[in-house]
Design a protein around this ligand. Structure first.
Ligand code: ZN
Ligand code: FE
Length: 245
């Protein structure tokens, strides 16, 4: 069944994507990781949508910076990782692994994916075949390890890789071109990767976005998902940190 949700992407700061999600039956409207408030409020207003919820994936300011002003303007309910509540003072509801949150009739399961930050979570909408991953999984890349280990990030990505292949993956940044260039240094002969990069180069040259991606596409082209051991993952993450393109 096609998803009833309407999804709008609001680019913010240099490369953030804020996702605005509308459920038409109940009129509920959700913002995922508002880096800023003004363009989000403007977009919702232009569509006649009333923002009822914010879901945060982690505490970084480019994911929570709009919380306070959006709440002030709309009275929305803010949900985020229990483990980072001290760093997100605007949270109304703290969630952890296995908790369920709802947007009208649509249910999301909270998945803990610590590593980029210690309490990072993702929201998996199984019925809708969608997952909001914040800064954990990117198109052909993954988040930096600011508060966790390579082992943790490796197991996060292996876990996400087991979601149904058609699952759409909503990342919080447009990093695809730089990630893909690095990926080609690891797997220059990977035909799926080579072909994807041709499309990505074209899309970016035309100013188009390359997110969402899918689990199937990441399994075929993401060098951080395509590893057999945590050590191999760590070596690739380390190489990417020093990679200048
Ligand atoms: Zn972050
Ligand atoms: Fe970020």
């Amino acid at each position: 069944m096609p998803s009833p949700l309407e999804i709008v992407c609001i680019p913010a700061l240099s490369d953030n994507y804020i996702w605005l999600v509308h459920e038409p039956k109940t009129g509920e409207t959700l913002v995922i990781d508002p880096a800023v408030a003004d363009p989000v409020l403007a977009e919702a207003e232009a569509r006649g949508w009333k923002i009822s919820q914010i879901w945060n994936t982690h505490w970084h300011p480019d994911h929570t910076g709009g919380n306070q002003a959006i709440k002030q303007a709309t009275g929305c309910l803010i949900t985020g990782p229990a483990a980072e509540a001290a760093r997100i003072p605007t949270l109304d509801r703290r969630v952890a692994e296995g908790d369920r949150v709802r947007l009208g009739p649509v249910e999301a399961a909270v998945i803990e994916v610590p590593a980029h930050t210690a309490g990072h979570i993702a929201y998996h909408l199984a019925q809708e075949e969608m997952v909001f991953v914040g800064d954990t999984l990117f198109a052909m890349g993954c988040g930096r390890l600011f508060e966790g280990t390579a082992e943790q990030m490796h197991s996060n990505l292996q876990r996400l890789a087991k979601l149904p292949p058609e699952t759409r993956v909503y990342c919080a940044h447009e990093y695809t071109l730089a990630n893909g260039r690095f990926a080609l240094t690891i797997e220059p002969e990977n035909q799926a990767l080579v072909e994807r990069m041709v499309q990505v180069e074209k899309a970016r040259a035309g100013g188009e976005r390359t997110v969402p991606t899918t689990i199937a596409l990441e399994r075929a082209t993401n060098p951080f998902m395509r590893v057999s051991t945590a050590d191999e993952f760590a070596a690739r993450r380390h190489a990417k940190d020093g990679y200048k393109g």
